[in-house]
Every structure is written in C-alpha cells, then in structure tokens.
Write a protein that binds this ligand. Structure first.
Ligand code: SF4
Ligand code: SF4
Length: 323
C-alpha cells in the first residue's frame, strides 16, 4: 500500500513559492443553511441527513441579507444539507435577487420529488437561479452506490422537471450545471471531455439537457474520511492527493474569493474548513455580525492537509476544475 509523503500542505506551498494563501475581497457569499438533507450520501463532507436538526434561523438569514445589501459581493451560493429544506430558503433567494445579485442553489435533484417542494422548478425559473446539482456518474449503478438506491432515477426525474421550465434549453438563460465526483477513491476524469460524453449520453438515454459539467475531488473530510478509514484507503488516497499536487491550481483556490457562512452565522474560508471547525484567521472577523471588508481582505487562509484535495491534478472547487 502506498503511504502519504510526510510533506504537509504548507510545505508543498512553500516549495512552490506560494505560501501563504491570502484571501481577496469576497466575491461569493456561500451560505450553508444547515445539515438537514433528504439524503445521506456515503461521500458527504457535511455529514448531512434527514435526522440532522441544525438549520439557519430567520434572524441569521436576515443578518446575511443585511450584510449583502451593504457589500459589493456579486453572488450568493446556497448550500447545505439540502438548502431548500431551510424555511428561510425562499426569502434568501428572493431578497438576494431583489438586490441584483446572482444566486446559485446547490440542489441535490431528489428534493424536487418531495411533494412539498414540487413548485421549486418554477420558483427557480422565476428568480433565474443557477441550479448546480450533484450527479456522481452518468450511470445508475455508480450513482446509486454512492447516493442510495433510486437516487439516479429521481435525479433524472428532477432534471426533466427543470428542463420542462426552461433549464438547459438553448437561449432560455436558465442554467443547470451538473457536478460529478468520483465514486471510487480516485481523482476526477477530464472535465471538458466528460461534459461532452455526458451531454451525449444523457440526451440519448433519457432525453435530458444540462449546460455544464463540473468535476470535483472528494475531500477527505467527515463522512468521506470515515469511509476511507473504514475501507483501509485513507493512506493511499492521501498519497494520491499529495503526489498529484499541482501548483497551477493555487491561483484558482475558491477560498481566495469565497466567504463561507455556517447556519449560525460563523465565518470560514470554505465549506470544508467549516465542517472541520477551522475558523477564519485570528484578527479577522469570525461572525457575520462583525463583517468588515478591510479585515477580511488579505487575511491568511487557514489550511491543512485536506487542502491537497483542492490542488490535486486539475484542481477542484465549487466551480469545478481550476487548472
Ligand atoms: S452530499 Fe449533498 S445530497 Fe448527499 S447527504 Fe450530503 S448534502 Fe445531502
Ligand atoms: S480546503 Fe478550503 S482552505 Fe483548503 S485550499 Fe480548499 S478551499 Fe482553500
């Protein structure tokens, strides 16, 4: 079995002349609305599931919009859990859009099958939300193995509902983006090539359309880290990430332009750091109520070995490959 090299992330950055990573002014406010989800996927870095109770309150949601109103942040990125299950979801979307900001919803597609949420496709279309949806593989067996039995069929049904209101259709201006993460403990395949193949396959097999495919690397955090340990693959996976360190990915690290907010309003450099409880650097604001652009801009990013997941191969971020 291959073991991970002793070099740590800071050492790898220093070796490449890239240390420390510093944040720019936030361009994306990524709001994690909580850990409640209608699924419980084996790779979930949030440890989300149907029995989780952590969820953003209306008061915190209003604080988010108060900060947004007074900032020049252009994009609000809603994630979870299943963000749509938060009672303040529609408020956050409508308010962000009324402030003229772009809204991204990280939708697991199966939530669209729940009777209570059947009106979501029309709501998304009305507010021109960009829908970003996980679909690990273009085949049923691989998707269901990671996300649960029946998830593939429900995901395809969800895509059909989005297509029916204009998502993925030429010239509609409504974008649905798929996100693929490897089912096995490997790096993702080539993004552009996979996108072309998936577009052909999903159109031919199911008659569904989507705009773009993003590939992301599974981060060794929470449930995915547990799975690696339980299956004896942790050392080998970390060795793969470290051996695949690509300095060219450092410029596109999402922590440089994204500010991550948890369900209670605490601030983090990214959603992965949030799940690991690694807050913003000492001296920088740690809660949204302390938002201060000058103190956030230029802060050093808190990094550790899970960051190798963002710099391996073609790189990985909420926006897909970075190099
Ligand atoms: S990966 Fe996404 S859909 Fe799956 S349990 Fe986690 S938050 Fe829910
Ligand atoms: S895990 Fe977070 S802090 Fe680390 S490199 Fe990736 S985005 Fe940046």
């Amino acid at each position: 079995m291959k073991t991970a090299s002793p070099i740590d992330f800071t050492g790898a950055l220093q070796h490449a002349g890239l240390d420390p990573v510093r944040a720019r002014a936030p361009e994306i406010l990524q709001l994690n609305l909580g850990k409640l989800c209608n699924q419980a996927c084996s790779h979930c870095h949030v440890d989300a599931g149907p029995t989780r109770t952590e969820i953003m309150s209306r008061e915190t949601a209003e604080l988010c919009m108060h900060v947004l109103r007074d900032s020049s942040i252009g994009t609000v990125d809603l994630t979870g859990g299943a963000p749509e299950l938060c009672p303040s979801f529609e408020y956050l979307v409508a308010e962000s859009r009324s402030l003229g900001r772009k809204v991204i919803d990280r939708c697991n597609l199966t939530v669209l099958s729940l009777p209570k949420y059947k009106g979501l496709p029309e709501f998304f279309a009305k507010h021109q939300v960009e829908v970003v949806s996980s679909l690990p593989a273009s085949t049923q067996s691989a998707t269901d193995a990671q996300r649960g039995d029946g998830v593939y069929a429900q995901s395809i049904a969800g895509l059909r509902k989005l297509n029916a209101v204009g998502y993925g259709q030429p010239d509609s201006g409504l974008e649905v983006v798929l996100v693929s993460n490897p089912v096995e403990a490997k790096l993702p395949g080539p993004q552009a090539c996979m996108e072309k193949q998936w577009k052909e396959d999903l159109a031919k097999e199911h008659g569904v359309l989507f705009n773009r495919l993003l590939t992301i690397t599974n981060m060794p955090v929470k449930r995915y880290a547990d799975w690696l340990r339980q299956t004896g693959q942790e050392q080998e996976y970390m060795a793969l990430l470290k051996d695949s360190f690509n300095p060219a990915t450092a410029c596109g690290l999402m922590c440089r332009n994204t500010l991550s907010v948890d369900w209670q309003g605490n601030l983090f450099d990214c959603d992965f750091n949030q799940m690991l409880g690694m807050g913003t650097a000492a001296g920088a604001p740690s809660h949204l109520r302390e938002y201060n652009l000058e103190q956030l801009k230029g802060r050093p990013i808190a990094t550790a070995d899970h960051c190798f997941g963002c710099t391996a191969g073609a790189g990985s971020s909420c926006g897909g490959a970075t190099a």
